[in-house]
Design a protein around this ligand. Structure first.
Ligand SMILES: [Zn+2]
Length: 355
């Protein structure tokens, strides 16, 4: 059956505007691209932030969405490593593939990157999306579309953070700040899988209960008092070997840093642009404390495509579970965004597309 020339998509018509449903042309692909028939798209804070933080979206109207599971519907003339019908997910960064960062497994630092999928190119809130073939990786049999879409960012991000930045080993005390959120809830599981004893911090009963259900060893209710003193109590005064902060406000960053044991690692993943959240998240570091305890502060920027493939394998082996609390049809994307703005979503949400 011939494919229609047009498709349904949720478009961001201009900066700061709500998304609206539109009928737009199916994207055309270049020789090194693939066209995906979108099955599911993850919905996370990154999309909400990009609609309100200047500079991320390069032109309007734009179709957001970068956590995708879809079938390959068409391949460019130069593409040989995927074929029509393959089920794939994708890497969120558009990269050059040849610079020193791209060639050393640090492609999220590519200085030639034009930006991200769903911001510098149209994304997955649509029936079809075009993407460079270099960005896609196969979804193993047995992993659902929704789980695979969420794996591409919300789960894979924690794989890199736990393994490469926090360097969690057996018996390490690990603090997860924002443990009930879309990425944090998977970090609780990944830190456990890495051998950590996990302290989960959050600010609602539902989110703390979800973190507990995902294996957290101790809960820190930040409404009940200072983060660092609660961590100190729970670790017998020792502090944590790693703190991974998905909130990254001034309060949580300073609290996380104060919670570190000697040689501890603070890993920053959250991002709270002042333009979106209305408050400055710059925080204070005591250099003498850094020196005396040989502390480390890491920024953890997404993953490599290989790490996405490894994450999908963990899902296939059921070593980790995708926590998706709500799904919506494409045209109700704004409803999911509103829940995110209100911090009222446990785990991830996803759009499921009917074709
Ligand atoms: Zn590059």
């Amino acid at each position: 059956m011939a494919r229609a020339d047009t498709m349904k998509a949720m478009i961001l018509p201009e900066f700061g505007a709500p998304l609206r449903l539109a009928t737009v042309p199916v994207p055309k692909i270049g020789p090194n691209d693939v066209l995906l028939r979108v099955r599911a798209a993850g919905v996370g804070l990154t999309v909400v932030i990009m609609t309100a933080n200047p500079g991320r979206v390069t032109s309007f109207p734009r179709i957001p969405g970068h956590e995708v599971a879809g079938d390959v519907a068409e391949i460019g003339s130069e593409v040989s490593h995927v074929k029509i019908g393959d089920r794939v997910t994708c890497h969120f960064y558009l990269t050059c593939g040849v610079c020193r960062f791209c060639r050393s497994g640090r492609e999220t630092l590519c200085p030639a990157s034009p930006g991200n999928v769903g911001m510098a190119s149209d994304g997955a809130y649509a029936e079809y999306m075009a993407i460079p073939a270099r960005n896609v990786t196969a979804i193993p049999t047995g992993v659902s579309d929704v789980d695979a879409a969420v794996a591409a960012d919300a789960i894979a991000t924690t794989y890199h953070a736990c393994r490469e930045e926090a360097r969690i080993g057996p018996g390490d005390f690990v603090l997860i700040v924002g443990a009930g959120g879309g990425v944090g809830i998977h970090a609780v599981q990944m830190a456990k899988l890495s051998g950590g004893w996990v302290l989960a911090a959050d600010i609602s009963d539902d989110k703390l209960a979800a973190a507990k259900e995902c294996g957290a060893d101790a809960l820190v209710d930040v409404r009940r008092g200072d983060l660092a003193s609660q961590v100190s109590k729970l670790t017998g005064g020792r502090g944590v070997d790693a703190a991974i902060d998905f909130v990254a406000s001034r309060e949580t960053l300073e609290g996380s840093l104060k919670s570190l044991a000697r040689a501890g690692r603070l890993v920053i993943i959250g991002s709270r642009p002042t333009a979106v959240f209305g408050v400055d998240s710059n925080f204070t570091v005591d250099p003498r404390h850094m020196l005396a305890s040989m502390l480390e502060i890491h920024g953890s920027r997404y993953v490599t495509l290989t790490e996405i493939a490894q994450t999908l394998e963990l899902l296939r082996l059921k070593r980790i579970r995708a926590i998706v609390s709500r799904t919506f049809p494409l045209e109700r994307a704004e409803e999911a965004h509103e829940l995110l703005r209100k911090n009222a979503l446990i785990g991830r949400a996803a759009l499921v597309l009917a074709h």
